[in-house]
Design a protein around this ligand. Structure first.
Ligand SMILES: Cc1cc2nc3c(=O)[nH]c(=O)nc-3n(C[C@H](O)[C@H](O)[C@H](O)COP(=O)(O)OP(=O)(O)OC[C@H]3O[C@@H](n4cnc5c(N)ncnc54)[C@H](O)[C@@H]3O)c2cc1C
Length: 378
């Protein structure tokens, strides 16, 4: 049986980031991906913000579909304002992006195997379905197998998601439309997307990832039906090129590390519960895990959980509180928040958005909401 210092299950952004970080330190790394091609299928709106990813990864021009200079925020009753935030981020081409991250892992010495589905983990070895069953031994293992992760449960972690712990998403790639392609559009309020929001992430002047995420605790309607209804109004002449359905976890796990393993990315439920963004936290957690796994392999003390807590979990916990308040607002109250946002952002150019500061500003400008929710948030 071939044995590796480190085995990583799943070659999404989190797994590849862990693989290139650890391989760079000289340990032997095996990265296993069940899909035949890395980066396909894309189950993502592909948006990423520059400020959050910059300390962890340089985004290359060839991975980008569209540069973004801000966002258009639409309230529940149709009114809009623009947040001018030059060079705030991009809409990626995730097929190229995910493949490039796995190539970085290969270039640094990791062995990457596709069409390799891990089917169980027993006594420091994985059993992999590669057409035939093959076993590989490991000293340390990282679960980067996304929202449907099984690695965590195989290793004794309770990764179950309740109805309140998941945003259910439907998204189409739509062509033959006209969009303001320097701005991502976010439609807040519960009218189109109960418990979540709807989005238009431009890929060009005539195409976009258009979708919505909902909370199954807020509606019995299917995300697909809600999206279809909205699209008949929003883009009646749009041509649907690709349909995607998926979930985003929004919870905090009790354990994301154990004796000889870490969980990272969506497998560790590290996506942002407010925005649903998980690419950056996947890469952050991958880089932190890759570095710390090497310490553990070399018998040294690690600081994986402390670093994840400081760099990711504290923000997730705050955003969960904001999300819980958002769930309790009706569309009239959402519209009040929207109007305050308009007062804060309209006509200004910003170069940073601090969520805690923004929430405090909104609460101060709306004494009624403040009385109701301040204690819950801070
Ligand atoms: C509709 C939608 C829109 C989204 N839009 C955005 C967005 O705009 N911006 C953003 O930042 N985030 C977005 N997200 C979230 C983002 O896509 C995820 O958070 C991100 O992909 C998580 O990365 P990951 O590496 O943890 O997991 P994944 O990208 O899910 O990768 C996990 C990998 O593991 C593989 N795998 C699973 N099981 C096994 C196994 N047993 N053996 C081998 N391989 C296995 C899978 O095939 C997959 O390649 C969106 C999500 C959805 C559903």
């Amino acid at each position: 049986m071939e044995t590796f210092d480190l085995i990583i299950v799943g070659a999404g952004p989190a797994g590849s980031a862990a693989a290139y970080t650890a391989a760079n330190e000289g340990v032997s790394v095996l990265l296993l991906e069940e899909d035949p091609e890395i980066g396909k299928p894309v189950i993502c709106a592909e948006g990423i913000s520059m400020s959050t990813i910059k300390p962890y990864l340089d985004i290359k021009r060839e991975w980008i579909s569209q540069d973004l200079d801000g966002a258009i925020i639409r309230g529940p009753f149709g009114d809009e304002f623009k947040v001018e935030y030059p060079k705030c981020g991009w809409v990626l081409d995730r097929t190229k992006f995910d493949a490039a991250l796995a190539d970085m892992a290969k270039a640094r010495g990791a062995l990457v195997k596709t069409s390799a589905k891990v089917i169980s983990i027993q006594n420091s070895k994985v059993v992999v379905d590669q057409g035939t069953k093959v076993e590989y031994g490991f000293k340390f293992i990282i679960g980067a197998d996304g929202i449907a992760s099984r690695v965590g449960s195989w290793l004794g972690v309770d990764t179950k998601l309740g109805l309140a712990d998941i945003a259910v998403c439907a998204q189409y790639v739509i062509e033959n439309i006209k969009v303001d392609n320097r701005y991502a559009s976010l439609i807040i309020g519960h009218r189109y997307a109960p418990g979540g929001y709807a989005w238009i992430f431009p890929k060009s002047e005539t195409s976009a990832n258009v979708g919505l995420g909902i909370s199954p605790t807020k509606t019995k309607e299917k995300a697909k039906n809600l999206l279809d209804q909205w699209l008949t109004q929003e883009f009646p002449n749009g041509v649907i090129k690709q349909r995607t359905f998926g979930g985003v976890p929004s919870t905090v796990l009790k354990h994301i590390a154990g004796e000889n393993f870490y969980l990272i990315g969506d497998a560790a439920r590290l996506s942002d519960p407010l925005s649903g963004a998980g690419i950056t936290n996947g890469i952050k957690s991958g880089v932190i895990a890759g570095r710390n796994a090497v310490l553990r392999i070399r018998g040294q003390k690690d600081s994986y959980y402390a670093e994840i807590k400081k760099n990711i979990l504290n923000e997730i916990k705050f955003h969960l509180k904001v999300r819980n308040v958002y769930w309790r607002l009706d569309d009239e109250e959402c519209n009040k928040v929207f109007k305050i946002g308009k007062r804060i952002f309209d006509g200004k150019i910003v170069d940073d958005i601090d969520m805690r500061h923004l929430v405090k500003e909104i609460l101060l400008l709306s004494p009624k909401i403040m009385l109701k929710w301040f204690g819950l948030l801070f």
